[in-house]
Design a binder for this molecule. Structure first.
Ligand SMILES: Nc1ncnc2c1ncn2[C@@H]1O[C@H](COP(=O)(O)OP(=O)(O)O)[C@@H](O)[C@H]1O
Ligand SMILES: [Mg+2]
Length: 260
């Protein structure tokens, strides 16, 4: 069974960076193969992973809707679309990447939506882990057939406003009836220990921080030098904190399994 880890949180909180560090952890612990899915229209997970995207699902679908595109004789529309969608999977050692890109119109993939769902679900079964980087809204998660998230990582920065956004996301999960098995609250870019105001804000929501990721200048350095975050050293404070979160999550999963 593929384990799905999905990121949620406001723009700029660090979803893409933390998704990359989660993938870094899985790669180094041989928890592979991994399918990374960039479901943010403003796609940039590929950069953080050091991969190059030639085609996105959005661009494949835009071409497909273009009347000029000829379907080879004897091939169904669905089979041809599936073939083309496969072209949007970037393969690398132990981690493949699928970039959704922009849908046409108001983010609607319209006709091929069912084909797309089936395609992603069929693709995902080939992987041990699916790591999904998302945009701020989670609506597209509810458009997936499985809608099934094993570990939702809700990211906020170290601010009271950020903590309030966590509350909105928790409401949204309920509203969209997403099947989220477990959620973890992560405070990223923390200047030090959590401020009592942040702790109180979380308490009000009935949650606590499952991980605190420190402000890490190496992340900014790697961004400036355009180096993949998966290459960050083990000594990076953010890497250590994400590794700690992953150890905890995977240990809990093992304990749950043993209990049956
Ligand atoms: N722990 C951290 N320490 C320092 N900078 C960070 C940290 N996490 C993220 N950043 C920086 O913050 C910015 C936003 O991060 P990003 O992962 O792109 O957020 P999102 O995907 O949620 O929009 C980026 O410039 C990134 O380099
Ligand atoms: Mg992002």
């Amino acid at each position: 069974m593929t384990i799905t880890i999905a990121m949620a949180g406001k723009g700029g909180t660090g979803k893409t960076s933390l998704a990359s560090l989660i993938i870094r952890y899985l790669l180094r612990h041989n928890a592979v193969p991994i399918l990374a899915v960039d479901a943010d229209a403003n796609a940039n997970l590929a950069w953080s992973l050091g991969l190059t995207v030639k085609q996105t699902i959005g661009s494949v679908l835009a071409d497909f809707n273009d009347v000029k595109m000829g379907i080879p004789p004897g091939m169904t529309k669905e089979a041809y679309l599936n073939l083309k969608l496969n072209g949007a999977v970037v393969e690398s050692k132990n981690v493949d990447l699928l970039t959704m890109g922009r849908g046409e119109g108001a983010g609607c993939y319209c006709f091929p939506n069912n084909v797309l769902k089936e395609f992603i679900d069929k693709l995902a079964v080939n992987y041990r882990f699916l790591v999904m980087d998302n945009e701020a809204g989670l609506e597209h998660l509810s458009r997936r057939t499985t809608e099934n998230v094993d570990e939702l990582i809700i990211v906020s920065n170290h601010s009271v406003k950020g903590v309030r956004t966590i509350g909105n996301i928790l409401d949204l999960i309920k509203e969209l009836k997403l099947n989220v098995k477990r959620q973890s609250i992560v405070i990223n870019q923390a200047p030090g220990p959590l401020d009592p105001m942040i702790v109180a804000g979380l308490e009000e929501l009935g949650v606590g921080a499952d991980a605190v990721i420190p402000m890490d200048s190496l992340i900014a350095d790697y961004d400036l030098q355009q180096k993949p975050l998966t290459d960050l050293p083990d000594t990076s404070p953010a890497v250590r904190a994400v590794d700690g979160l992953m150890e905890k999550l995977l240990a809990t999963r093992r304990a749950d399994r043993e209990r049956g």
